[in-house]
Design a protein around this ligand. Structure first.
Ligand SMILES: Cc1cc2nc3c(=O)[nH]c(=O)nc-3n(C[C@H](O)[C@H](O)[C@H](O)COP(=O)(O)OP(=O)(O)OC[C@H]3O[C@@H](n4cnc5c(N)ncnc54)[C@H](O)[C@@H]3O)c2cc1C
Ligand code: FES
Length: 279
């Protein structure tokens, strides 16, 4: 069992959690993820490390409540435990020798963008972070990014925090003015697609962190397969980072919708039997 040692609510549906997992905390790197089960009967879900501390043995992660398992997870508290945690999985994000780089974090993607931006900065890059959300309530980690000392551009769709814009607008400006050598986009698939297209228009390389459905996380089941540069790749072992100009986003989005009916049913059944009524 993996004891939960801290939990914090970051917004209405986003939580941060810390779990004691010393062997994993010793090896984790920015951009990697792990797979957890809340209990013996639970579904396996992948989540990215938002932080890790080899000394205390604690791994931290940030998750958005979107369906049954993340709803169950949101009810666990400090002192409870997860049934299992497997990781670290995936190839760490390439952070060395990037020069001037923009890291775009949209929605809960900010949780992944944070350790990535920190690692790039520690590796000597000049990092600009574009932090975006639909509105101020959904904006997370603004203070944490500020304390890194990176150049920070905050945008919201409705203008309730920062500038009223989509993340692609400041990204376009950074590309147009020649202020960056490369970009990395992390967030909803549609956002990553438009970031990659924006960067491509200006000949700027753009890495994306893909989040297809995953089951085993070890390259065995094939559920996370994506087409990159016309070739089949498995996001769990070959990624999750890929060249955004080469990803077949249309196929990825269609594969992400494969279990929509089952997910809706499972969520509705769990919400019905759960007494919290999604406060
Ligand atoms: C490499 C990777 C890293 C991720 N990191 C984070 C993170 O740091 N924070 C975060 O909030 N979310 C992250 N996700 C997404 C997270 O795994 C899903 O939100 C979660 O599995 C949803 O489960 P659910 O039962 O609550 O919702 P469901 O109702 O089952 O699904 C809601 C949506 O989540 C996605 N999803 C469902 N099951 C899986 C699965 N087994 N694998 C991947 N996606 C799934 C689907 O797109 C689905 O439409 C990551 C996904 C991947 C692949
Ligand atoms: S999750 Fe099974 S092959 Fe990647």
């Amino acid at each position: 069992m993996f004891p939960i040692v801290h939990k914090r609510r970051l917004s209405r549906s986003v939580y941060e959690m810390g779990v004691q997992a010393p062997a994993i905390a010793r090896k984790a790197k920015a951009g990697q993820f792990f797979i957890l089960r809340t209990d013996e009967e639970g579904e396996r879900i992948p989540l990215t490390f938002s932080d890790w501390d080899p000394e205390s043995g604690v791994i931290s992660f940030i998750f958005m409540r979107v369906g049954k398992t993340t709803h169950q997870l949101s009810h666990l508290e400090t002192g409870d435990a997860l049934a299992d945690v497997t990781g670290p999985l995936g190839i760490p994000t390439h952070v060395d020798g990037l020069g001037r780089v923009a890291v775009v974090g949209g929605g809960v993607g900010a949780a992944v963008a944070y350790p990535v931006a920190r690692a790039m900065q520690e590796a000597g890059s000049d990092v600009t972070v574009v932090l975006g959300a639909r509105n101020a309530d959904l904006l997370i980690l603004e203070e944490e990014f500020r304390s890194l000392g990176v150049d920070l551009i905050v945008v919201t769709d409705d203008g309730s925090a920062g500038r009223k814009a989509l993340v692609t607008e400041p990204l376009r400006e950074l590309c147009e003015t020649g202020a960056i050598d490369s970009a990395m986009a992390i967030g909803p698939t549609i956002m990553m697609r438009f970031c990659a297209e924006t960067a491509a228009e200006h000949g700027v390389p753009c890495v994306v962190s893909l989040n297809p459905i995953m089951v085993d996380g070890t390259g065995m089941c094939g559920s996370c397969r994506v087409t990159v540069g016309g070739e089949t790749r498995f996001a769990c072992v070959d990624g999750p980072d890929f060249d955004g100009h080469e990803v077949d986003f249309e196929e990825l989005m269609s594969r992400q919708r494969v279990y929509t009916d089952e997910e809706r049913l499972a969520d509705a059944e769990y919400t019905e039997e759960c007494s919290c009524r999604l406060e």
